[in-house]
Design a protein around this ligand. Sequence first.
Ligand code: GLP
Length: 233
Amino acid sequence: MKVIIVKDKLAGGKEGFKLFDEALKNGAKVFGLATGSTPVTTYDELTASDLDFSQSTSINLDEYIGLGSDHPQSYRYFMQQHLFNKKPFAHSYVPDGLNQNTEEATKNYDKIIEANPIDLQILGLGRNGHIGFNEPGTDPKSLTHKIKLTQSTIDANARFFDKATDVPQYAYSMGIGSILKSKKILLEAYGSEKSAIVKAMIEGPITSDVPASYLQKHADVTVVLDEDAASKL
Ligand code: GLP
């Protein structure tokens, strides 16, 4: 893993931008995208730039089950607000949170990923080490699947909802196996509350207790951290 430590998330956004810029210039066609507060500074850099994604495809990691694209906390809505409205892609895929047929929703998404191999995948990091919504214990070979969110994730994401009980209990997520197939991976993490899990991800054993530790097996991962997130390394 290549680790880049910067002063703060604004500087991190500039590092993230560089990887998108470079990938695009090197012919990348498919970008794997993430939600959460972490990638926002990178998306801000992208929207402020003249990079053109109108010939590119984007595939998002995950979506809450039960939330449609017009729900302000759905990940589709988030992507529209933070990136797609200003920087449209030719095709943008997000799992269909309103499809309650798990088999159909997950298989359809796997077909999309198979047909559009991801050149660059951006990731955030959950406080418990999840990537996408792959919670601790997830099979490292997993493809797209339905996940029951842990209480720690529900609590962490409750800040975006009126009350914790409004947070959906389930999500569809690309699997760890799907993520590891990406040619290049960029993981960003900011803030002291991520420092312990950042250390476990980079220096700890490869274990399903810390899903992000499987990234150690990938040949091309860049980790961008601010000084707080890097403080325990
Ligand atoms: C959610 C998302 C993850 C994200 C994580 C961290 O659970 N499914 O993809 O990495 O939150 O969020 P934040 O970036 O806000 O810390």
